[in-house]
Design a protein around this ligand. Structure first.
Ligand SMILES: NC(=O)c1ccc[n+]([C@@H]2O[C@H](COP(=O)([O-])OP(=O)(O)OC[C@H]3O[C@@H](n4cnc5c(N)ncnc54)[C@H](O)[C@@H]3O)[C@@H](O)[C@H]2O)c1
Length: 281
């Protein structure tokens, strides 16, 4: 496997492009927005610079890594040589299905089609193609360059060969896989989205985000509190995750109205500059 194509160059896509290029793959990074692609390359360059400063890689490594990444707004161009796709567009089922139908048209017959969805069942996304055996969930964690774990989700039709190639890819980019069964939310979002939704309820009941975060760090040993986590993940991602789980498992996964209101208000967290806390992007 030589070429990894990443569709969507936002928070997750730029990270996946970076770690794939660091792992030695040629990377095609696609987005509908030129601005997103330019920002993604600036972020990757900044991240690699930090790694050089820390002595983790040499300047030559950083340069070579950057040179392995090509950006394009042309999906067909991005797909034609891809051995593996990692789709990282917005968490929207219809959009993902449209993209997977296009991927089937533009990719080689043997290309593996991976999705970084946080919560949508992989089998549902795969239903937009006629190659379900080559569709798989590759759920990276945020921030991608720093988080060791990748949740790999085997859809109803995913073949053992697709699993094997994907697990090898995860290992080659220096990460470790945890394998999850294909139901809404998998393992990680099923547990974390509920935690973040409960934190929203605590805020509505009068607790401050600072105290909630402090309590969970000091008393439960969490590396970051749920309000900080929600800001990092993006409130809309957690809301869509809850909606997918509510659809499949019922009312107990209902996103809290305050979570929805915060999304409508643009209080997404780090990516919009303001959530529970303020960020200087
Ligand atoms: N944010 C997280 O912590 C996190 C963690 C794990 C998984 N995810 C999942 O990763 C995916 C992306 O999330 P994100 O936080 O990076 O979102 P984001 O909003 O930061 O980025 C999404 C990108 O997709 C692009 N896009 C939209 N339509 C497109 C199209 N048709 N073709 C190409 N690009 C298109 C947008 O321009 C944008 O740059 C979602 O499915 C999300 O659930 C997110």
């Amino acid at each position: 496997m030589k070429t990894v194509t990443v569709i969507g160059a936002g928070v997750m896509g730029n990270g996946v492009a970076q770690v794939s290029a660091t792992g030695g793959y040629k990377v095609m990074l696609n987005d509908i927005s030129n601005d997103a692609l330019t920002k993604a390359m600036a972020t990757i360059e900044k991240n690699l610079g930090k790694m050089v400063n820390k002595g983790k890689i040499t300047e030559d490594d950083a340069k070579a890594t950057l040179q392995r990444i090509t950006i394009t707004t042309n999906l067909e161009e991005a797909c034609k040589d891809a051995d593996l796709i990692v789709e990282c567009v917005l968490e929207n089922l219809e959009l993902k299905k449209k993209i997977f139908a296009d991927l089937e048209r533009f990719c080689k017959p043997e290309t593996i089609l991976g999705t970084n969805t946080s919560a949508i069942p992989v089998t549902e996304i795969a239903s937009a193609t006629s190659r379900g055996e080559q569709v798989i969930g590759i759920h990276f964690m945020n921030p991608v360059p720093l988080m060791k774990g990748v949740e790999v989700i085997k859809g109803q039709l995913t073949s053992e060969e697709t699993m094997k190639i994907t697990l090898n890819y995860v290992e080659k980019i220096g990460k470790e896989s945890a394998i999850a069964v294909d139901f809404a939310g998998f393992i990680v979002s099923r547990l974390l989205d509920v935690l973040m939704n409960e934190a929203i309820k605590l805020v509505q009941e009068g607790n401050s985000p600072e105290e909630i975060d402090k309590a969970m760090q000091l008393c439960a040993g969490h590396p970051m509190g749920p309000c900080t986590l929600l800001d990092l993940v993006g409130a809309e991602i957690a809301m869509h995750g809850m909606e997918t789980m509510e659809r499949d498992f019922g009312d107990r996964y209902k996103p809290h109205p305050l979570l929805k209101k915060r999304v409508q208000a643009g209080l997404l967290g780090k990516k919009s500059g303001k959530g529970f806390y303020t960020y200087d992007n």
